[in-house]
Design a binder for this molecule. Structure first.
Ligand code: SF4
Length: 339
């Protein structure tokens, strides 16, 4: 079957002072039903703009080229009417900031009713409210019928994010884009929300694109991982390949910089990757990670002059593809190198 999300040759550029500057280049990735792809990278890596391009919610100065297909429909060339249908029925999005996703002037129940009826105006208010209450119950909000009458500010951050998830999923989208869905929450609530998303995904079979800067979140929620650096794919693979056999020095650095959630003592060794992120705008002809890469010096200038393209690093027992965009065939003992 066709993947729920299929991105091919996606590039996104911004018009800045008369010139087009690429912020995303040549992305190609797909997500199947029931799977979670995490898109991970630092701020400025292009992960959020990629998520927004799937809903075609780009700022006016930005434009996207290539192809994004959701449930078989092309997003980038769709007309407004088709887009509205896709946004309501096929794709939904959950953001970090639950307050801005909700109107302060309407009860939670009224907002979910609106979402239902926007998607299908033939549903009566009463039926829509019944579905809203059922959905609030499903996402773990206590006293759902009462809670439906409450306003966003009456909820805690965690409960509000549950309500946003209820609203996003009430029309059973084929794809959920979750952009830093737990970043604003404390660690315990984070884990609860990730577990909730996982159980809803199992129940509805939706595909999920999880956008995160946090490797710890990725480790607990993803099936597959796309690592972005300066707008390009640095590495793609199964969660296991990415964590156990990273092939790109940047991925290895991210992993080394991730505190283990289970061992408090590990936090003391938390170490950022040295250097500042490069944007595509400043990137030369070679690898944009070169100024921060501990291995660039070993490759005799090749990293600075020749762009590394994603190449196959093998596939695991289940046939999952593993690609990395690096001139090194094998990453030397990177754990040691990173310490
Ligand atoms: Fe480092 Fe060179 Fe690989 Fe880029 S291509 S990640 S600079 S070794």
């Amino acid at each position: 079957p066709e993947p729920v999300l299929q991105i091919e040759d996606l590039s996104i550029s911004f018009a800045l002072a008369g010139t087009d500057v690429d912020v995303v280049r040549d992305l190609a990735v797909s997500v199947e039903k029931g799977r979670t792809l995490a898109v991970v990278g630092e701020s400025g890596s292009g992960k959020t703009i990629t998520g927004r391009s799937i809903m075609r919610l780009l700022p006016p100065a930005a434009s996207a080229r290539g192809s994004i297909r959701v449930a078989g429909r092309e997003i980038l060339t769709a007309d407004e009417k088709t887009l509205r249908r896709i946004r309501g029925a096929d794709v939904a999005m959950v953001f970090q900031d639950s307050l801005s996703a909700l109107s302060p002037y309407l009860s939670i129940g009224a907002q979910i009713v609106q979402a239902v009826r926007l998607h299908d105006p033939s549903v009566s208010r009463r039926t829509a409210l019944a579905r809203a209450v059922e959905m609030l119950d499903r996402v773990g909000i206590p006293n759902p019928a009462d809670s439906a009458r409450r306003y966003p500010h009456e909820f805690s951050g965690g409960m509000r994010q549950r309500a946003v998830i209820a609203m996003a999923l009430v029309n059973r989208p084929a794809l959920l884009i979750a952009d830093e869905p737990t970043t604003a929450l404390d660690v315990t609530v984070q884990a609860q929300i990730l577990a909730l998303l996982r159980s809803l995904q199992d129940e509805y079979g939706m595909a999920m694109l999880l956008i995160s800067h946090d490797f710890g979140v990725v480790a607990s929620a993803a099936d597959d991982v796309l690592v972005l650096y300066a707008g390009r794919e640095a590495e793609y693979g199964s969660l296991r390949d990415i964590f156990e056999h990273p092939a790109h020095p940047y991925t290895a650095g991210l992993r080394a910089a991730t505190p283990r959630l289970d061992a408090e003592g590990e936090r003391a060794r938390l170490r950022a990757i040295p250097g500042v992120p490069t944007s595509l705008r400043d990137a030369g002809p070679g690898c944009s990670f070169a100024p921060r890469c501990a291995f660039a010096a070993q490759l005799g200038g090749r990293c600075e002059t020749e762009l590394p393209l994603p190449t196959l690093r093998g596939s695991d027992d289940a046939g999952a593809v593993h690609r990395a965009a690096c001139h090194l065939d094998r990453l030397p003992e990177l754990q040691e190198a990173a310490r």
